[in-house]
Design a protein around this ligand. Structure first.
Ligand SMILES: *Cc1c(COP(=O)(O)O)cnc(C)c1O
Length: 487
């Protein structure tokens, strides 16, 4: 049954109903005209809703449950790691000593916060196998751009400013070619072979003396580990290019493999994915960037350094690419990530990846008999199915995603990566119980059966959400966010 539509708070309003109780005025009342100029005084009442306290409470409590989140249900969104954010991270981020400091406080007063940031930098350097880390970038794409600007500065310093091409596999995350373009490079696509990995022959063809870097998402967006990384690193390094590792989603490799050991020169991480920062509503995120020694001079300034037992900001960095963000990054997300790393420990982080990979493979094998599996290999933290058999019966992957809403699941990522027809990209994450995976698989299998037996049901879904199918473009481009009285 369709969930009832919810009235706006304005529609609940009854003239004269009061939901608050203010104490009696015990000072002389001052007319507003005595304090404000005439043009500042509103000519009519603001039209605020008038409801009882209980109505107000129910209204917002109901609204808060209208949005699907990891805390309310399974959310297998491929590439983006919608995993559980342990609540202890939130508690720690709210400690007054962290929450109430100001970035311009003298360093002597904020040594504890700086120690946390320094330890986080050091932990991330250890996890990725890099020499130095900056916490400044505010998101993954921002980290990519920061890394590429450092690579540009490095080539320029060597008198090789002509290197203007960044090689990006077609299985990369979409931000990679975009960041390369914004950083002033030309993005060159390298193809994926029939096994879902970078086509080495093609890589050799496109690599040359104009190559600035190769950007690799690994595991790639098909959920596959690039097997020929060392050879790729050799090809690119021999041509004089740098290797960039998109580690936004590192959920499959923590404590198991390190980009630094594979030959990468730069890596970014998304603390709001792998390291349990919440990432709804557009932020704040954090995309720290780690580099190898020869790129350290170009790291954004100021750089957080430790001098004996004292933490300080190093501003005197003549080769730095500059500042990439006001202040020092999104500190609250740093606190959450550090709390996560410390509560998990090295052993725990490795387990995260082991379970993430196990859960993905378990689900992949359960669904394999019912959907096409274009790359039938051991997957990492996510896998890609194709709905092309269902499409032949007139049901699109979009319909399957809509039908999943009726079962209370957030659908997986669909139609990405673009090199798989009608694809669904599923990432269960490490924190889901076997029963949850089984129930989700059952829902998917039921939908696969419906496609054969009663396709209209899937084509017309969802049935029990508040609204059916939106004009998604209009909903995003021209949302109505303002209540007009008597509309
Ligand atoms: C999410 C993601 C990005 C982009 O990160 P943002 O914080 O959204 O800018 C880049 N690469 C990969 C592989 C990702 O999953």
């Amino acid at each position: 049954m369709r969930q009832p539509e919810q009235k706006l708070i304005f529609e609940l309003s009854q003239d004269g109903r009061i939901g608050h109780a203010l104490p009696e005025l015990d000072i002389p009342e001052v007319p507003v005209e005595d304090i404000l100029a005439d043009e500042c005084i509103r000519k009519e009442e603001p039209g605020l809703p008038e409801v009882s306290e209980l109505q107000l409470m129910r209204h917002y409590t109901a609204l808060s449950t209208r949005n699907h989140g990891v805390d309310s249900g399974f959310y297998p969104l491929g590439s983006c790691t919608m995993k559980y954010n342990p609540k202890i991270n939130e508690d720690v981020a709210r400690y007054p000593g962290f929450a109430h400091i100001h970035p311009y406080q003298p360093v002597e007063q904020v040594q504890g916060a700086m120690e946390l940031m320094y330890n986080l930098q050091t932990s991330l350097a250890e996890i990725t196998g890099m020499d130095e880390v900056t916490l400044q970038p505010a998101a993954g794409a921002h980290g990519e751009w920061t890394g590429l600007m450092m690579i540009r500065a490095y080539h320029e310093a060597k008198g090789e400013a002509h290197r203007n091409k960044v090689i990006v596999p077609d299985s990369a995350h979409g931000t990679n070619p975009a960041s390369a373009t914004v950083a002033g490079f030309e993005a060159v696509t390298v193809k994926t072979d029939e096994r879902g990995l970078v086509d080495l022959e093609h890589l050799r063809e496109v690599t040359g003396e104009d190559t600035a870097a190769l950007m690799l998402t690994n595991p790639n967006t098909l959920g596959l580990f690039e097997e020929n990384i060392e050879e790729m690193a050799r090809v690119v390094h021999e041509a004089g290019g740098k290797l960039y590792y998109d580690g936004a989603n590192s959920n499959a490799i923590l404590g198991i493999a390190r980009p630094g050991d594979m030959g990468f020169d730069v890596v970014h991480l998304n603390l709001h994915k792998t390291f349990t920062g919440p990432h709804g509503g557009g932020g704040p995120g954090s995309g720290p960037v780690g580099v190898k020694e020869d790129l350290v001079p170009y790291l954004p300034k100021p750089l957080l350094i430790k001098e004996e037992d004292h933490y300080t900001w190093e501003y005197n960095r003549p080769d730095a690419i500059g500042r990439v963000k006001p202040y020092y990054g999104n500190f609250g997300i740093n606190v959450r990530a550090y709390a996560y790393i410390r509560t998990m420990g090295a052993e725990g982080l490795r387990k995260v990846s082991e379970y993430a990979v196990l859960n993905a493979n378990y689900l992949m094998r359960k669904l394999e008999p019912h959907f096409d599996l274009p790359y039938n290999r051991h997957c990492m933290h996510e896998f890609v199915l194709s709905g092309r058999s269902q499409k032949k019966l007139g049901v699109r992957t979009l319909d399957i995603a809509k039908r999943l809403l009726d079962f209370g699941y957030h659908p997986p990522t669909i139609y990405f990566p673009i090199n798989v027809e009608e694809c669904m990209m599923i990432e269960p994450t490490e924190t889901e119980a076997k029963e949850t995976l089984d129930e989700f698989a059952e829902a998917m299998i039921q939908i696969a059966n419906e496609v054969k037996e009663e396709p209209e049901k899937v084509q017309e879904a969802p049935f029990n959400t508040v609204v059916n199918r939106l004009d998604e473009t209009r909903a995003a481009r021209t949302p109505i966010l303002r209540y007009e009285k008597n509309m």
